[in-house]
Ligand binder design. Structure first.
Ligand code: HEC
Ligand code: HEC
Ligand code: HEC
Length: 121
């Protein structure tokens, strides 16, 4: 019996470590997406958002990974949008705002959800 309990604890803590390693606390999005910036790079509070939203509001699956466009519900690929110049240094009209961050902040009426300094600081 004791052995089983210990084995279960080991499995459980390994699972916890794996979760912590893959599900980030914070993400520097400019760095993650390969974007050169004029404004201060966005440090996205991921763990905070996990407590306030469902995974599948932002990701295609509940495990994370590929992001979802809040506007279209289709896959949102910021790295490709940086490569194509749609998300670009100095460009305020961009899909990171319009299809993702601002779209949900507007829908959920987040206080100061579109104020530049909420995200760029
Ligand atoms: C408000 C939006 C949002 C919510 C809600 C959210 N995530 Fe994320 N998540 C992101 C963003 C943005 C990234 C940054 C990585 C990227 O650009 O792919 C990310 C990254 C991740 C990563 C790392 C992926 C990688 O390729 O490095 C994992 C794993 C993950 N999220 C899991 C989850 C899980 C599990 C939940 C629910 C418990 C969740 N996320 C909820 C937006 C969100
Ligand atoms: C699916 C919905 C959703 C998306 C997408 C989303 N957010 Fe949010 N965000 C929220 C909610 C809800 C809150 C406010 C929660 C509260 O104050 O109770 C919030 C609050 C914040 C805050 C304030 C945190 C604080 O400490 O008060 C920041 C910063 C932020 N979001 C950044 C971002 C950035 C950057 C993106 C895009 C990469 C993003 N959010 C995308 C739902 C979203
Ligand atoms: C809810 C979060 C959020 C808010 C609010 C926000 N942005 Fe952004 N913005 C982002 C994200 C995410 C990116 C892409 C990643 C990065 O730049 O770090 C971005 C990128 C940019 C870029 C392209 C990169 C650069 O820095 O040159 C500009 C310009 C920009 N934003 C300007 C603004 C301005 C101006 C405002 C206020 C009107 C604003 N943003 C408000 C999330 C936000």
């Amino acid at each position: 019996m004791k052995k089983i309990v210990i084995a279960m604890l080991v499995v459980f803590s390994v699972a916890l470590v794996a979760f912590a390693a893959t599900s980030p606390e914070k993400v520097n999005l400019a760095e993650q997406w390969g974007l050169d910036t004029k404004k201060p790079a966005v440090e996205f509070p991921h763990a905070f958002h996990q407590t306030k939203n469902e995974c599948i509001e932002c990701h295609m699956t509940a495990e994370g990974g590929a992001l979802k466009s809040i506007k279209t519900g289709k896959e949102f690929n910021p790295k490709a949008l940086v490569a194509s110049g749609d998300i670009k240094k100095g460009k305020t009209k961009n899909p990171a705002h319009d299809e993702f961050c601002w779209e949900c902040h507007k829908a959920k009426k987040v206080p100061k959800g579109k104020s530049c300094s909420t995200c760029h600081k």
